[in-house]
Design a protein around this ligand. Structure first.
Ligand code: NCD
Length: 305
């Protein structure tokens, strides 16, 4: 049976640390890994828009000497003719050694994994999970002190629909001394299953607030997210929420000298472009780190390393 990645919890903390160590070695010695996937293929099956995730998976496979194939919208695949994901993965498993799938329906990559003879990676399923973004986030957080512990982490924006936030919380509650400050409008608070089954159940301290300024002085990390337009039921509600948070240089003056600003991207307007100059803005570094962790993940699931 192949091994899949649907949720960050599919890897233990030890396995996650090993994967991040492998990513660090790939970052340091790219030449050592440039041919290790020769003859292997990655298929990217993207039923929902993406820039970073799809291209970074493809770049990762190319950096390892492998090849890539796939589609970038449901409209250009046989899904538009009514093919099920379970049939599609059976077919693609004849063309590729590993599959990265993004889908607007929660659980679709999981269904795919049940029918696949090759490893399936969840590259984002609806408002649910996005475990490979979490690996990039953990890798970036680890560069702050060399480890992941004793941190106050502010998560800001659309905590209801933001799948990167859900995966990141699930992964981080397993590390010691992690505290969360959940910053969102009332309407976009964290879902109950994360509050009850993840935060409360693991006795992880957290506070909820509405203003970034109130949280800022205490934070080691500020993780900004965009309002997830495509998951709203009506346009009016989205327009009311859009522009709720805009992180500015003025607000950054309230933050600690070594606070890290993260964002999974794409950014709409929730971080002012002036902040990009600030050495604490790490979101473009996060993009680079995502390639290393995806390389490490491909090698791990293909059991090459
Ligand atoms: C995120 C996603 O798709 O969930 N983007 C990404 O993969 N880096 C975040 C988002 O779309 O807001």
């Amino acid at each position: 049976m192949p091994r899949h990645l649907m949720n960050p919890l599919d890897f233990t903390v030890e396995e996650t640390e090993e994967l991040l160590d492998l990513a660090a070695d790939i970052e340091k010695n790219p030449d050592k890994y440039s041919e290790v996937c020769r003859g292997r293929r990655l298929a990217t099956l993207f039923y929902e828009p993406s820039t970073r995730t799809r291209l970074s998976f493809e770049a990762a496979m190319m950096n390892l000497g492998g090849k890539v194939l796939g589609f970038s919208s449901a409209a250009s695949s046989s899904a538009s003719k009514g093919e099920s994901v379970s049939d599609t993965v059976r077919v693609v498993g004849c063309y590729a050694d590993i599959i990265a799938m993004r889908h607007p329906k929660e659980g679709a990559p999981y269904v795919a994994s049940l029918h696949s003879k090759v490893p399936v990676i969840n590259a984002g399923d609806g408002g649910h999970q996005h475990p490979t973004q979490t690996l990039a986030d953990l890798y970036t957080i680890r560069t702050l002190n060399g480890n992941i512990r004793d941190l106050t982490i502010g998560l800001c924006g659309d905590l209801k629909f933001g799948r990167t936030v859900h995966s990141l919380i699930e992964a981080l509650v397993r590390y010691p001394g992690i505290r969360f400050v959940l910053i969102s409008p009332q309407e976009l608070r964290i879902p109950d299953y994360i509050r009850n089954d993840v935060l409360e159940k693991n006795n992880v301290p957290y506070k909820e607030m509405e203003k970034i300024e109130d949280a800022m002085p205490d934070l080691d990390i500020l993780y900004m997210t965009r309002i997830q337009k495509e998951r709203f039921f009506n346009e009016e509600e989205y327009l009311r929420m859009k522009g709720y948070y805009i992180l500015t240089e003025d607000m950054m003056r309230l933050a600690r000298e070594h606070m890290m600003v993260l964002h999974p991207l794409p950014r709409v307007n929730e971080i002012s472009v002036d902040v990009d100059q600030d050495p604490r803005a790490m979101y473009f570094q996060q993009v680079q780190n995502a390639v290393y962790v995806r390389e490490a993940l491909i090698l791990t699931l293909l059991e090459i390393m």
